[in-house]
Design a protein around this ligand. Structure first.
Ligand SMILES: [Zn+2]
Ligand SMILES: [Zn+2]
Length: 430
């Protein structure tokens, strides 16, 4: 008889946590439970319960991960003779607690082999390392078996006797009076906490714990195109499980530093590029900084500040992909107004202004018309208001004016943000 994979039955990933397994099981169990008139399925429910029995138990799960179904023979037998008609009137959660002993879990396993804890490491990398990938060495402290006692917890050479309560089995049978009537249940031996042995003299190095914290170095291969927040998993690089349990995993969480010039957005890189006013007007070409070094860029004649020019395939390589496909670099043009003009430059610009009919001062006639209008306005307001009232009004309108200024400033900030955001259609050509 071929059995289905337990993870598949539960519909969880191999890396699922106990909480994920519990949650998924409860949701599915509600659907499949024979009491459910719409989607109840007794055979499927038993299969699900068996998968949960194994995967919700750290020891059984470790056995199953290593040896498959052969490692957990007998799992699910306790469900073979369950008469589901007895459950009528009970909530699903009550039933699950009855079947699986509710909160008794963790406690009953304390002395047996334990899965080692998963560890977390925050790794900071440079911007360009995130773009192209990098190899790093990291140093962590993790629990390992004590070298003095090789994990037994007993002083070397000291007496370790077999536990009399369980005859060295680490487990004892217990008669359970449950909802299903009397049943036998195997629990961890309370006398030796499941080790099967009685230690006469605890190891001095680890004080009988059987474990020590060790400093270890690991090589991390950070793939290209990685971004902040991505977790890299190093199998078996976590803590060693107690009493011969398997190693946990190490999760390396990536933090990519910002770059002084580049702004990254997925596979696209943005760069603010100052362009001289002559080059922007006449058009031409220039070298532009990219993550690969400098690259030539054509500047079309009449390029405005805020214009975006694309350097194809100069962006970020696709994350964790062997393909050579890369994003683009978006160059945001900032036309620079020349400052510190020499006498000759001044003359040339003045000539240019004249040629283009750009007046550098307001024409005399226009100025006079403006001043006349102002004088008229001033005379009218003097007639209408008395002195003190005018002062109040003046202060008030000044405040209001300030508010408007603030509002306008924030909208300018929004616009500046907009400046670095890619516009529709220029990000990717998929
Ligand atoms: Zn020791
Ligand atoms: Zn015992």
């Amino acid at each position: 008889m071929t059995k289905r994979d337990y993870y598949e039955i539960l519909g969880v990933a191999k890396s699922a946590t106990y909480e994920e397994i519990k949650k998924t099981f409860r949701n599915t169990a509600r659907k499949l439970h024979p009491d459910n008139k719409e989607s109840g399925d007794e055979a499927a429910f038993k299969e699900l319960a068996e998968a949960y029995e194994v995967l919700s138990d750290t020891n059984k799960r470790a056995q199953y991960d290593r040896y498959g179904h052969a490692g957990v023979k007998g799992a699910g037998q306790s469900f073979d003779n369950v008469d589901f008609s007895n459950f009528a009137g009970f909530g699903m959660d009550d039933i699950i607690d009855m079947l699986f002993g509710g909160g008794a879990r963790g406690q009953a396993r304390r002395g047996g082999p334990e899965q080692g804890a998963n560890l977390k490491f925050d790794l900071q990398i440079e911007f360009l390392e995130g773009v192209f990938g990098v190899e790093k060495k990291i140093t962590i402290k993790r629990l390992e078996d004590c070298e003095t006692c090789t994990g037994t917890g007993a002083e070397p050479g000291s007496e370790t006797t077999t536990c009399v309560t369980c005859a060295g089995q680490g487990q004892v049978q217990q008669v359970m009076n449950s909802f299903f009537g009397q049943s036998m249940r195997v629990i961890e031996c309370p006398a030796c906490q499941g080790s099967g042995k009685k230690i006469e003299k605890p190891c001095k190095t680890c004080r009988g714990e059987g474990q020590q914290r060790k400093t270890r170095e690991f090589d991390i291969k950070v793939p290209q195109g990685i971004e902040t927040g991505v977790r890299l998993r190093l199998t078996n690089a976590g803590d060693k499980g107690r009493r011969g349990g398997p190693f946990g995993d190490l999760y390396v969480i990536i933090h990519v530093k910002e770059h002084k010039s580049f702004i990254r957005e997925g596979e696209t890189i943005h760069l603010r590029q100052p362009v001289g006013v002559s080059l922007a007007s006449l058009g031409g070409e220039m070298m532009v900084e990219t993550v690969d070094g400098k690259r030539p860029l054509k500047i079309p004649a009449g390029t405005q500040s805020g214009a975006t020019l694309i350097l194809k395939e100069s962006g970020v390589p696709r994350f964790n992909s062997p393909s050579a496909r890369r994003g683009d670099q978006v160059v945001h043009v900032a036309v620079e107004t020349p400052t510190k003009l020499s006498a000759e430059e001044k003359t040339l610009l003045e000539q240019l202004a004249q040629l283009r009919g750009e007046s550098l001062v307001i024409p005399e006639a226009e100025k006079e018309a403006y001043e006349a209008a102002q004088a008229l306005l001033h005379a009218n307001s003097k007639d209408a208001k008395n002195g003190s009232d005018k002062d109040k009004k003046g202060a008030k309108s000044k405040t209001k004016h300030k508010d408007e200024q603030v509002k306008e400033d924030s909208s300018i900030l929004d616009k500046l943000g907009e400046f670095f955001r890619p516009k529709n259609g220029e990000q990717e050509d998929e």
